[in-house]
Design a protein around this ligand. Structure first.
Ligand code: TNX
Length: 601
């Protein structure tokens, strides 16, 4: 068994659906009315675009140019009309194809862009095989708008670096399926992947495997890699020019790029890079400069092990130089976005998996506790840290985003630790990715608890949306399985507002006792307003080259797009019944046929 399609063919009852019965438009639009006949699209067609859509008109002209051999003129003329209709919602569009021509209407550029994607997707597949004299566009009427404004994909480029070309290709595929947020996990223990002016060590030391220190220090030396292992030709980071190109490419496709600077844990590359800088400046006799951006207390004797077994990967948040460093990085990010003409609203500041034992034996932390009586223990340090980060971002007009842990507060129930959504942060507009919905793990309802408590929530549940999980239980299959197996139907099966209702098995496929869901918090009507949307995530420990990256992303991405864009399917809203099972099977068979058989362009 080598491809996901093989596995499905063996394990599931897939009914072959003839190509002409496959839905023309995917993700599923709100309304599609197919007609009869076609519009003959030929070179010489003109794109008559409202002034607001000059950018989208030129994008469409480029795309059609590839198929027709010459780029259609834009501005006035006949054939294709891009009209502005202020009565439509943001991102909504309508598309009308008649034998006389094509009309797309939208209120904003994003809506127009999605109308264009839909137009591209209804062209017969043969249109893409070289230059065509005539393309027969089927007559159709589509009215459409997304379910969620936040339709995201996260890519980890730290554990294994992925080239600019791979990122651009991913953005292109995302745009085809109307995804609009690219969460760029740029830093982690294994690598810092973005050039920051004035801090060359970040990429020279932090962008390389081993970070310039002895690999043997670490218990898992093969964990993650850099250019010298997987990418001998290229570099292990994005230069300023690369990054600007990515930002512009995404912006042209109505994709917002959210940068992630992972802190205070998962930060070994940055920690080691700034230690190297410190040592170099010390040796040059520049004492004051040496400590300016230091991220670690060199006298810290705390002992800890991160989930991935690092013992030196956490920033020491009691050091004032940490905030000088973060402000510098954020300022440079802001300058990049400004230069690229791309919007920057949220910065993702990490927050996951800070190991127990951290900071306990740090003299710098002890000094802070003497000075600041609100900091009594390491839990208090957590709020100290994220309050300061919040202030730092706010001063630059930016908003805070992080992993779910950022929004949790430790309390105690019957002497045992108990975590609740932290009320001090929720009213500051924090946005969190909720990843822990491990079935049978106890936190199945965490996303809803955070949303009900006024956190903006991006559903990122491991059970269905971690694309680094293997497709299936098999020794040949690349990928993790700590959160279960994520095959092509898992993202498709994820019902945002009721995602654990249909869970029947735990991460390893063992049958769950349905009682574990009793007494869990449902999403309230208020909380539903805080669900920003859905995100698929690809962590890259096991993803060492572009072929594997593509294998893990496609066709899983299509199920994600469907849940992020389309309305709740009928089978999700029906009560558990034979009929909902039947509806589900029908939808699933169609989906697998679309995902597995339809040619990607
Ligand atoms: C958990 S869940 C992580 C990542 C790993 C991933 C592997 C979360 C926010 N962190 O650091 O790469 O598991 O599946």
């Amino acid at each position: 068994l080598t491809t996901p399609a093989d596995v499905y063919a063996q394990n599931r009852n897939i009914k072959d659906i003839p190509a002409e019965q496959l839905p023309l438009v995917f993700p599923t639009p709100q309304e599609v009315v197919p007609g009869t006949g076609t519009y003959a699209l030929q070179a010489g067609v003109q794109i008559n675009a409202a002034p607001a859509f000059a950018k989208e008109a030129s994008y469409l002209s480029d795309e059609l140019g590839k198929l027709l051999g010459t780029k259609p003129a834009t501005g006035s003329g006949s054939g294709i009309a891009l009209e502005q209709d202020a009565s439509l919602a943001p991102e909504a569009y309508s598309l009308q194809v008649t034998p006389q021509g094509v009309t797309i209407r939208a209120a904003d550029g994003a809506g127009m862009f999605y109308g264009i994607q839909t137009l591209k997707s209804i062209l017969p597949p043969a249109s893409w095989a070289g230059v065509q004299k005539t393309i027969q566009v089927p007559v159709i009427q589509v009215k459409d708008a997304p379910r969620y404004g936040y339709r995201a994909f996260m890519l980890d480029v730290s554990r294994n670096f992925h080239s600019k070309q791979d990122v651009l290709r991913l953005l292109e595929v995302m745009s085809l399926y109307k995804l609009n947020v690219f969460h760029f996990h740029l830093t982690d223990d294994e690598g810092w992947r973005l050039e920051i002016p004035g801090l060359p060590e970040l990429t020279q030391v932090g962008g390389r495997r081993g970070h310039g220190v002895d690999e043997k220090e670490h218990l898992l030396p093969s964990y993650g890699s850099g250019p010298d292992v997987t990418d001998t030709a290229g570099s292990g980071f994005y230069t300023k020019q690369d990054f600007l190109e990515i930002l512009k490419y995404a912006n042209d496709r109505h994709i917002t790029v959210i940068p992630e600077i992972e802190t205070p844990g998962h930060a070994r590359a940055a920690v080691k890079a700034m230690e190297a800088r410190y040592a170099k400046l010390q040796a040059e006799g520049k004492q004051a400069e040496a400590t300016q951006y230091l991220l670690s207390d060199l006298d810290d004797k705390s002992v800890y092990h991160s989930v991935q077994n690092w013992n030196d990967n956490v920033i020491n948040v009691a050091l004032p130089s940490v905030y000088t460093f973060l402000d510098k990085v954020v300022a440079e990010l802001q300058a990049y976005y400004k230069e690229a003409g791309a919007p920057l609203e949220y910065v993702h500041m990490g927050g996951d998996e800070v190991p127990a034992g951290v900071w306990t034996k740090s003299p710098v932390v002890q000094a802070l506790m003497q000075q600041d009586k609100t900091v009594k223990n390491t839990d208090d340090l957590w709020y100290y840290y994220y309050s300061k980060v919040y202030t730092l971002l706010k001063a630059r007009g930016l908003k805070q985003y992080g992993w779910e842990e950022m929004g949790m507060r430790k309390t105690s129930v019957d002497g045992k630790p108990h975590y609740i959504p932290n009320p001090d942060f929720s009213n500051n507009g924090f946005m969190v990715d909720v990843w822990n919905n491990v079935m049978g793990g106890g936190a199945e309802d965490l996303a809803y608890r955070l949303a009900n408590a006024n956190y903006k929530v991006v559903l990122s549940g491991v059970s269905n949306l971690y694309f680094d999980m293997a497709y299936m239980k098999s020794f040949e299959e690349p990928g993790f399985y700590w959160g279960g197996f994520v095959d092509i139907d898992k993202p498709f099966y994820f019902i945002p507002e009721n995602y654990y209702k249909n869970s029947k098995v735990d991460a390893l496929g063992n049958r769950l006792n349905p009682d574990i869901f009793k007494g869990k918090d449902p999403l309230t009507a208020y909380g539903a307003g805080n669900i920003m949307g859905v995100q698929g995530l690809l962590w890259s420990e096991t993803v060492k080259n572009s072929a594997r990256m593509e294998y893990m992303i496609l066709p899983k991405l299509l199920g994600l797009a469907e849940r992020a864009w389309a309305k709740n399917p009928e089978w999700a809203t029906e009560k558990d019944s034979a009929r909902s099972e039947e509806l589900y099977n029908k939808a699933w068979n169609t989906f697998v046929n679309v995902a597995g058989k339809r040619e990607l362009v």
